[in-house]
Design a protein. Structure first.
Length: 290
């Protein structure tokens, strides 16, 4: 079903051939995200993701978007705690074009100081936007309680102070450290041939030299008593998030936790939804996450 090849410099290429499809999805995944940062440079991964769409050595910002979207494709990127992803979906005959664009963004971004300063305003507005969305911001407050003083407890976007400190030098050194072959996975699914795709990846990424694999600091459970954090805002609703430390992702009881999640609040048949919304009408939205 899936094919995996490790290129000579350590980049992993994973594909899933779907011959009946007329499209292809392509992703360039970088093993870096919010957990690789600290309080001083928080938001650096996310900032860099934004800036890579502003142009590369071969493609201007406008050409990046129009080349893929102009053939009916879509282009996007996102940053999470442990990874950054650049992805495109488009008709299969344009796969090589999409690979060339995403790879040039990752390998040869312009990192223009003018674009960096301009995007700072955009990201600061994004930070404010989430603070104006209580249903989202309440989870940031919960993270701060669950992992105080740790990367996991800090917003991926960073703060106004940390974003204000980011400049070309920081972005460039961060990229050089983490956007390395042993931190890169290239994935594709759709109408493609694995071996031909690997040859294209080898040709494009062969110039990247190997570096030491980067690791993020281990999460520490330091809470010894119940904690509460309240953020007061003049709105017509109250949003509450209740969290517990659970088993790690490799623990054999993780399946029992998943089952508990389904029973308690995963859907409209769950106990929390049935009791709090259907029977009592106390809330519009209620659920659980793991």
């Amino acid at each position: 079903m899936y094919n995996k090849t490790i290129l000579r410099n350590g980049i992993e290429v994973i594909t899933h051939s779907m011959p009946r499809m007329q499209s292809v999805a392509l992703g360039v995944w970088i093993r870096v995200g919010g957990r690789y940062e600290d309080k001083k440079n928080k938001g650096l991964s996310h900032y860099l993701e934004h800036i890579l769409f502003k142009g590369s050595k071969k493609y201007s910002c406008r050409r990046i978007k129009e080349t893929i979207e102009g053939v009916g494709g879509s282009l996007n990127g996102f940053t999470s705690e442990e990874l950054t992803c650049y992805l495109a979906k488009l008709p299969h005959r344009y796969l090589e074009t999409a690979l060339d664009i995403l790879s040039d963004m990752v390998i040869n971004p312009l990192l223009s100081p003018q674009d960096i300063d301009k995007e700072r305003t955009v990201i600061l507005e994004e930070i404010k936007m989430y603070k104006d969305l209580p249903q989202s911001y309440v989870h940031d407050l919960l993270d701060e309680l669950m992992w105080p003083g740790q990367p996991l407890g800090m917003s991926i976007l960073g703060t106004a102070e940390s974003v204000g400190r980011i400049n070309k030098g920081l972005l460039s050194s961060f990229k050089d450290k983490f956007y390395a072959p042993n931190n890169i996975v290239i994935s594709a699914a759709g109408k493609l041939v694995h071996d031909k795709f690997c040859l294209k990846c080898e040709r494009i990424f062969s110039g990247l030299g190997e570096r030491e694999k980067s690791l993020f600091p281990q999460a520490r459970k330091i809470q010894d008593k119940p904690n509460l954090k309240v953020f007061v805002k003049e709105t017509e609703q109250t949003h509450m998030a209740l969290g517990f430390h659970s088993v790690c992702r490799g623990h054999p009881l993780k399946y029992a936790v998943s089952l508990l999640h389904i029973i308690l609040g995963a859907n409209m048949s769950s106990r929390l939804f049935n009791e709090l919304r259907e029977k009592r009408g106390l809330a519009y939205e209620i659920g659980t996450q793991i």
